[in-house]
Each structure stands twice: as C-alpha cells, then as structure tokens.
Design a protein around this ligand. Structure first.
Ligand SMILES: Nc1ncnc2c1ncn2[C@@H]1O[C@H](COP(=O)(O)OP(=O)(O)OP(=O)(O)O)[C@@H](O)[C@H]1O
Ligand SMILES: [Mg+2]
Length: 352
C-alpha cells in the first residue's frame, strides 16, 4: 500500500495512514498537527515549501515533490525526491500531489512510495553494464593481441621463407610467378590482420597511452579517406580506465561516421580536460563540414553507432550532444566527468 498523507494550507499534517507510519517510522499521533517539514531533509525544505505554494496558486499537478536531486538524464525519470525517517535516515521517493477545496480551506494530499529498491536496481544495472563493457574490451584486447602478435608474426615469417625460396629458385619462370603471387597475397594478409587487430583494439592505447592513440586514429582517418583533420588535444592528457577507452571509442565512431556519411572536405577533433568547481570533465568534440543529416528523421534500425556513443557517455555519467542539419555538417560533443588531475586539485587548493 502507498503511503498517503494530507496537509492543510499552513503545511501541517492532518491525515497520515498506516503505510506512511511504516515508511517514515513515526506513529500518526506523533506527526498529526506537526509541520510537514519533519518528514523532509532540512536542505530540501525551502524548495519544497516553494513547490507547495506554486501548486496551490496554479493548481498545476507536479508528479513529484519533496527534496529534489538534479535529474541526470534531464527527463522526469531521473529526478529523485528525498524523505526523512524518524531515525534520521533519508530515502528516495516517488510522490504525487493533489488538492481539494474544503469549507476550512485547501487540503493537499500526497501519495508517496519509497523507491530505494528501484533506485538500487537501476544503479546495479548501470554497474553491470559498465562491467560488461569492460569485459568486452578485455576480450577484444586479447583477440587483437593474438592477431597482432601470433598471426601477423607467423605470416611475416612465412613471407620471409617465401622470399628465400624465390631467391633460390633460379630461373624457373612459372614457379617464380607462382611465388610472386603468394608474396603479394601474404602482404595483403599481414596488412588486413594488422588492420583488423587495430580496429578491434588499438594496442597503442594500452602500450603508449591515450594521446598517441588519438593521434594515430586521426592520422589513419586522413590516410584512409583523404580528408584533412585538425586535432586539438592537451599533450599532457592522461586518463585511466574506463575513461580512456570511452574517449577513444567515441572519437573512433564519430570519425567512422564522417568517413561513411559526411562526404566532408575537413574534420576537427578536440579533446581537452576542463576543470570545473565540482570536478574535472573531458570535453570531446568531433566536427565535420560535410552533408549533415536530418536529426528528426527516423533512425535506421541497423544504425547503432550514435546510440552506442550515448550509452557510453551515460554509463560514465556524462552527456552527449549531436547537432546536425542537411548541408551544414555534423558536430558530436561529449562531456564526461573524470577524476581530478593532481594539477587541477592543486589549483583548487590554491583558490581555497
Ligand atoms: N558525420 C555525419 N555526417 C552525415 N551523416 C551522419 C553523420 N553521422 C551520422 N550520420 C547519420 O546518422 C545516421 C546514424 O548514424 P549511426 O552511427 O548511428 O549509424 P551508422 O553509421 O549508419 O551505422 P553503424 O554506426 O551502426 O555502423 C547515419 O546513418 C547517417 O545517416
Ligand atoms: Mg556509425
């Protein structure tokens, strides 16, 4: 059963059901006639009184009330309200409010539900998704290493042997022609193995770090597609996991989109750390001057790239903005909170 309580215009509790007793830990006789504030954490009380006044004046039903914690997703779903129990503990809740006119003034009724379990389930799911993404990356890294270290090396050894055979063959023209064909095929095999390994996982990211990996990405984009790409990046940028992989993958998918869809004559990549009072974040932009697209058009069912970018940023509690218009290029911008660097922590201390 949902907890239900009513308050009068003065904000005093006039009705309080059994479920509310269980939810808040106060008996009815302890709360009746008391201000509603006793059920709300102190830091949310002022905002809450404002909600009630607004509601009384406009009659606009707000589905939720009480302490409001900023919604991460921006939509109603992410907004969490907080209640205060008799033992001083706080809990997240979902609440709806309605009002009735009585001869002795307005009465506000609030129906609320403790959503601790639901919130915990959502957090567990997000943690699970982050771990699943990390495991997928580890698997890809293992495949990439095997391809690069085992297969590509064996193919190279085979090629050396073929060159040796070719050298010792003498003037047998048909055999030499056959060996030349094999050598060309081996070259292709080595190149594709290296490319597949690099697409699976940029081993340079593990071996050398994020900055060289992004430089490599931008250079190979220009080499493969002939589109000049400006790179603006902090040379000293260092990020741990899972942030480094996320930044790399976002740039990789965005540049793949430029190559596949934009027909652009230029592209820009920007990756910088921005210090902010609440903690640093990475600002990541990939922009092109190409064909753009209609953002309102329905998505092709097989298109997963942009959705993947959004999921990646959300898993790290960041935000993603995509701006595009036919004929006016495309811009992908991600902001991802990251642990503060020693440099910015030092700056923050200096400012305090
Ligand atoms: N830089 C860009 N320029 C022009 N159009 C773009 C650009 N980026 C994305 N689009 C458009 O948005 C659509 C969705 O992109 P998304 O990356 O989600 O899917 P995809 O690239 O088609 O397929 P996938 O990434 O799953 O291989 C694309 O099909 C394309 O029409
Ligand atoms: Mg794509």
């Amino acid at each position: 059963m949902d907890a239900i309580l009513s308050i009068d215009e003065g904000g005093h509790i006039v009705m309080y059901n059994r479920a509310a007793e269980q939810t808040f830990g106060w008996r009815a006789d302890q709360v009746l006639g008391q201000p509603l504030d006793m059920l709300i954490p102190p830091r949310f009380r002022a905002a809450h009184a404002g909600h009630i006044r607004h509601f009384a004046a406009t009659g606009v039903t707000s589905r939720r009330k009480g302490g409001v914690e900023g919604g991460k997703s921006g939509g109603g779903e992410g907004v969490v309200l907080w209640g205060l129990r008799a033992d001083g503990s706080e809990f997240p809740m979902d609440a709806s409010i309605s009002q009735i006119d009585t001869p002795s003034g307005k009465l506000f009724s609030v129906i609320l539900r403790d959503v601790t379990e639901r919130l915990k389930a959502r957090r567990d799911l997000a943690r699970f998704a982050t771990e699943a993404a990390a495991i997928r990356e580890q698997e890809k890294t293992r495949f990439a290493r095997e391809l690069h270290d085992e297969l590509a090396q064996s193919l190279t050894a085979l090629k050396m042997d073929a060159i040796w055979v070719r050298h010792h063959l003498g003037a047998d023209a048909p055999l030499a022609g056959k060996i030349d064909g094999m050598l060309a095929l081996l070259d292709d095999c080595v190149a594709s193995t290296r490319r597949i390994a690099a697409d699976l996982r940029p081993l340079v990211l593990d071996d050398l770090g994020l900055v060289p990996a992004i430089e490599w990405l931008v250079q190979s984009f220009t080499q493969r597609h002939g589109v000049p790409c400006m790179l603006d990046m902090d040379e000293s940028l260092e990020l741990g996991e899972p942030h480094a992989t996320a930044v790399f993958r976002i740039v990789q998918e965005s540049l793949a989109n430029v190559a596949k869809h934009a027909n652009a004559s230029r592209a820009w990549v920007r990756v910088v750390r921005e210090p902010a009072p609440g903690g640093d974040f990475i600002l990541l932009q990939v922009r092109d001057d190409g064909a753009g697209f209609d953002m309102d058009a329905t998505r092709k069912p097989q298109s997963l790239g942009l959705i993947g970018l959004r999921e990646r940023t959300q898993l790290l509690e960041g935000s993603l903005r995509i701006e595009s218009e036919p004929g006016r290029g495309t811009r992908v911008e991600a902001r991802i909170p990251v642990p503060s660097s020693p440099a910015s922590a030092w700056r923050a201390e200096g400012a305090a």
